[in-house]
Each structure stands twice: as C-alpha cells, then as structure tokens.
Unconditional design. Structure first.
Length: 517
C-alpha cells in the first residue's frame, strides 16, 4: 500500500501485501518506509510477543527459545540463560565472506525482512519492527557479506549482520562512511536493542536476502526484455532486414503471450511508410527472425516469477511460526527458499539467452557477408583513413566474452543442495546463491545491451548513408536520436569503455521509457 504523495511516496508496513515495485522504490530511496501506527496492527504484533512471554512463564518448550538451534534442539536452555540465546545466535553466525551487498541491495533486504515480520506471525515486538524501520529511514545500512547462506535455514549468516546492527554491533554504511553500528545509531538518536527470546531467530531464520535480491533482479530483467526488443528493431532496420517476420497474423497462430508481445513491440518500432523488406533474402537469419521467440520466453516467465517472488515477500518465513490468535507454536520449514531458488535459476537462463541472441545479432551486423552493404565492423571511417580504422571489431569480441560468461553461469544453483549442520539441514535451497548468480548474469547481459546501443547508433547511421530514405517508426526514431546525444559516431578508432559505462548507468536507471501502455 502506498501513500500517493508525489514528492516522496511512502511504503506502509502494516501486514498488507507489498509489490516488487515497493521494494525497488525503497531500495533506490525514491520511497520511504513507514511502520503502521494503527492500534489494531500494533496490538496484533504485540499479541505474539505476549503469548511467548506467557509460554515462558508456564515453562513451555519452544524451539530456539528454550532449546538450542538446529541439531541442538534437544539441548534445554536453563531459564536464566534464555535471554542470552538470541545474541549468541547472531554472534556465532558472524562468518560471512565475499563482497558486501550494495546499498541498494541492503535497503531491499531490510524492507523484505520488515515485510515478513509485519505479518504478525513471528512473535516479535513492535520495538524490533520500529528499529528495522529506523534503519531504513535513517539509511543506516548494515555491511552484509554476500556469501555464506545455503538458503535454508533461511539466510542465517547474512541476516546475522542485520540482527547485530539492531543491537549496536558490527559495522554499517552511514552518511558516506563505514562506521561502527553503535556510532551510527547514536548519531541518529537511536538506542541499541536487546533482543527478546524469539527475536534472533525471527530476524535470521528467513528468506529476506534472496527475496530482496530477487525483487531487484525481476525489475532489471523486465527492463532488459523491453530494451532487447527495441534493439532488435534497430538491428533489423540497420541490416535491411525483413519487417514481415513480425507480422501479427504470423504470431496469432502460436499463442504464447510473451512472444506475441515481443513481436508486437518490434513490429511497432519498424512500422513506417515503406516497410522494410530485404529483396536479396526471403528469410533473415534466426537471431533476427526468431527474436520474439527468444525474448518471449523471458516475457512469458516474468509474470510467473513475480508471483513466486511476491508470495515469498509477503509471507511469514521463519521458524517456528507463532500463531497468537490460536495460541499455537507451529514448527515447520518456511525458511526454505525453494521458490526463490527456482525463479532465479530460471530467470538467469532466460536472460542469458537474450544476451546470446543480441551477441548473434551483433556478429551479423559487423560482418560484410551478412549486413547487406554496411562497412566492415560498422566502422564510420571513410576515404583513405578507412584502412587503419577498425570500428566495433574489439567491442564484438568483448560482447562475445560477456555472453559466454553469462551462459556459463546458467547452471542451476538449486541442484547443488548440501547436507549441513549435523544433517539437520540436510536438504537446502541454495536460493541466495541462485539470486546472486542471476544478478551477475543480468550485469553481464546489461553490458551486452550497452554495447548493442553503440552498435544500434552506429548501424542505423551507416544504413542511412547507404539508403538515405531508411524509415522507422517515430518511437524508434526518437530513441535513436536520443542515442546520438549520448554517444558520438565512431569514425576514428577510440576507446569505448567510458561510453559503455555511461550507457550502463542509463540502462540501470531505466533512462528510456519503452513500450508504455
């Protein structure tokens, strides 16, 4: 649910469903987080913590509260030590490694954990939720190592860094600096928490890291699919390809909606007073002719991925579940990240295939055997200087390298389950690894798209030299005109790395509105 203020929308955490867009808006700080102050919501949250307190007074046995963790669930905790247990949990899980999650990823993690705990089924206090909200509001970002989670029993190790920061321990990124968590909390006027009996488990024994990364991946994959259709249209026009390959009647007989959508987008971009048709060749090569069939797989999968990701986002996904209404403690395995693992493994496959499609399109464009009259390597040099200029020759090699690396990473992480923790966690999801892999595939694929933007700008300009009357639809022409303001034509050989980075930033900020309804 969103406040409709145009200046800075507010994402309300009140147990109502949130969307991928909500998490991404919080991640990029285009929205702010607000924990509901509604009495009914706060009473529901408090009821779970109160129920646990009563069970403790009555000497109830509660996993992770009066027992050890995991395989140590048979170990009874003396009553006088129960209060210490949550702090031991995040302490001994402080063994992460690898890169630190980016600020955007970290905000998404905080939001995903808050969304889950706001369901009111985790037995935590309102104070814990308020501290999480405060981290988002003040942009106090725990430094979270990316590696160390097997995706069940949740994202234990990375989330231990969030739990520790709530209590004033470890380090954060705050106001442009890496500082001690206690210092950042003090500067923001916050006090460290002392976790209640179930709150260490509730913070850590869930799927917030993989779900947060999945939200960010979904948004990037959706934009990648749109931009791939636009670039395909550019490449068809640049290579004097056949617009009739995207005919509506043709795609009506194979009713995959995503495939039809991709074809419709390309068809709309190529619409002009003089439809493109290559008289030399009845059928273009597959990377052009079958582009909707490749991009369409991703388009058809995205709604399914959204359902999986948003179901996980809006779930109570720790253990045990505390049903204060029915006064039951339900021991289960909702920390298992199988749905996110599946979504991320599938997404990286579909995305890498789109990168491969564009890599093949570039190979056609730079080759005089297949580009129908364009200069070799799309070089813009003319006259005597043409011999010493090489155009996009090296760029095509780099695109091939990035594509190969993306394809290599499509091996599903979820099939590499390991038995851990004395065979208590004997089947695990690897969801966080799958999500990190997917983000890396997206990163590589976006590099391919950035290179293809250079090729599109180059190819269409050179096509107009060959055929001055080349026409495309107004939306595509506006896109090409915008590209011309972002990157100069490559006439003399020059390093393209700065251009690539500038275009990458444009892609990741989703600078172009593509095919809006």
């Amino acid at each position: 649910m969103k406040n409709q203020e145009p200046s800075r929308p507010v994402v309300h955490f009140d147990g109502a469903p949130l969307s991928i867009e909500d998490i991404c808006a919080l991640s990029g700080r285009s929205s702010s987080a607000q924990l509901s102050a509604h009495e009914v919501f706060r009473a529901r949250i408090a009821r779970g913590a109160d129920f646990l307190d009563r069970l403790l007074r009555e000497d109830g046995v509660i996993y992770g509260v009066t027992t050890g963790y995991g395989d140590s669930c048979t170990v009874r905790i003396p009553p006088e030590r129960v209060a210490e247990l949550p702090h031991h949990l995040y302490t001994y899980h402080g063994c992460g490694a690898g890169r630190m999650l980016s600020p955007e990823e970290t905000r998404a993690v905080l939001a995903a954990r808050l969304a889950s705990l706001a369901q009111g089924m985790s037995g935590v206090s309102v104070e814990l939720l308020a501290q999480l909200e405060a981290l988002l509001r003040h942009d106090i970002l725990p430094l979270i190592p990316a590696e160390g989670s097997v995706g069940a029993s949740g994202d234990l190790t990375p989330l231990s860094y969030v739990a520790a920061v709530l209590c004033g321990e470890r380090e954060v990124w705050f106001r442009g600096e890496r500082v001690a968590a206690a210092q950042a909390l003090a500067q923001a006027g916050l006090k460290p928490l002392r976790l209640r009996p179930k709150e260490g488990l509730a913070m850590m024994n869930g799927t917030a890291v993989m779900t947060a990364l999945a939200c960010l991946a979904w948004k990037r994959a959706d934009y990648l699919a749109r931009l791939a259709a636009r670039l395909t249209a550019c490449n068809v026009a640049a290579s004097a390809g056949n617009a009739h390959h995207f005919d509506e009647a043709l795609f009506a007989v194979k009713p995959h909606q995503g495939q039809q959508l991709a074809a419709a987008r390309i068809r709309a971009d190529l619409a002009s007073e003089r439809p493109t048709r290559n008289e030399q060749r009845l059928q273009d090569r597959y990377s052009l002719r079958c582009a909707p069939h490749v991009i369409g797989v991703l388009e058809d999968a995205l709604p399914f991925f959204r359902t999986l990701i948003e179901n996980e986002l809006n779930s109570a996904n720790d253990n045990p579940i505390i049903d204060a209404q029915a006064e039951r403690v339900l021991h289960g395995g909702h920390f298992y990240g199988g749905h996110i693992a599946f979504a991320m493994d599938c997404m990286k496959n579909a995305v890498a295939n789109v990168a491969d499609l564009l890599d093949r399109q570039l190979a056609l464009l730079v080759d005089t055997r297949y580009n129908h009259g364009l200069p070799a390597n799309l070089s813009g040099a003319q006259g005597p200087r043409a011999a010493i200029n090489h155009g996009l020759k090296a760029l095509q090699i780099s695109v091939s390298a990035w594509t190969a690396e993306a394809l290599k990473l499509t091996m599903p992480a979820s099939v590499f389950s390991r038995s851990t923790e004395c065979h208590n966690q004997d089947k695990v999801s690897m969801g966080t690894i799958a999500a990190r892999d997917c983000l890396r595939v997206l990163e590589l694929s976006e590099q391919v798209l950035a290179a293809m933007l250079i090729a599109a700008r180059q190819g269409l300009e050179l096509r107009c030299r060959v055929e001055p009357q080349t026409l495309v639809a107004p939306a595509l022409q506006a896109f090409v005109d915008d590209l011309a303001t972002r990157i100069a034509l490559v006439e003399e050989d020059r390093a393209l790395d700065a251009d690539l980075q500038r275009l990458l930033r444009a892609i990741r900020s989703q600078a172009w509105s593509l095919y809006e309804a």
